[in-house]
Design a protein around this ligand. Sequence first.
Ligand SMILES: [Zn+2]
Length: 383
Amino acid sequence: MQIQKKNFILLSVALLNKQQKLSLVFDNKNTQFISLKIYLASMIGIAKGLTQDFVKKAPKIELHAHLNGCVRRQTLFEIAQRKQINVDFSIFDLRNIKGAFSIFQLIHQVLRDLSDIRRVSREVLEDFKDQNVAYLELRTTPKSCELGTYTKEQYLATVIDEIQKFQQLHGDKMQARLLVSIDRGRPLDDARSTLNHILKLKNNNLIAGIDFSGNPSKSTFKEYEQLLEQARKEGFKITIHVAELEGDEYLQESFDIVNFKPDRLGHFNFYNQELYNKVRQLDIPIEMCPTSNFYTVNMKSLSEHHFKEFFYQGHTINLNTDDTCVFDTDITQEHFKMIQAFNLSEDEFKQLLLRSSNMIFDQSYRPLLQQRINEYFSSSQKQ
Ligand SMILES: [Zn+2]
């Protein structure tokens, strides 16, 4: 079997059974051999099959989750019904980036009161905790309600308040931080007022950084670059959605974004060899969102995911949900699907989580996080 994507080739040969696999990864362009992995589970006993339960119980790290995209579908239905809001829920069947933006509009249409924002924030935090996420960075764009029921300052204060309450109750189980999103689909003035507002909250240690996101076809990164540079000078860490769509104009913008050297990149679906080399050379960690990427890229199978072009090179990456509501997924599934797609061993799963811990924005929590990961895997090995 041969799977080819861009300039890399992954060869996997199934030997005898599923756990005995020969995997060869090499650079097609330079015919440079990159790695040889032989999984002979039954002979050397290291690549035992990982169960979904094992993955669920592992202390995981979620760094790319949009608050509104992770609303429980049931909660949306309930609020819409109670407020008699007529919405078309059939758009949940649209599994692509356009569908995702329509769903975001729908969610914004339904969440009309601060009490809704409060409820949704609490539920999303609980859902990640129940999936044994040990460290979460949740992102959201502060926005006012079009009906005038709340301002964007009130929106942000409500989300922060819920995170604070959660920390007091469950901080020992899951540490939660906030990333404030700047939506490129909104006017630059809106982004400027968001930055001015969060500068006043700079000492709030729950705000871990800034995310630049939104519909990539709505504006250019260059329009926002100066503002993001100002945010960086003020001490904010920055993650940027990049290379979500295919096309020359997006590729050029991806170079602009990578040259900006953000602290992390989100998705990074489409690239050429030069851009790949640049990201590898600059060593910028990547937040990958397998199910979301699967639909955006229109993959036939997750084994085509660009995970293979980074993970086996030792690049710092992690796996995330993006939007649990939109893509009908959770963080356990995101890991389990990739473990299956690449036949990852227990040790590779552990390495993936340890690498994720290196890219969290609140590095003060890293030692404890790594301790929890190490303890989980050492106790599992004793069983
Ligand atoms: Zn995203």
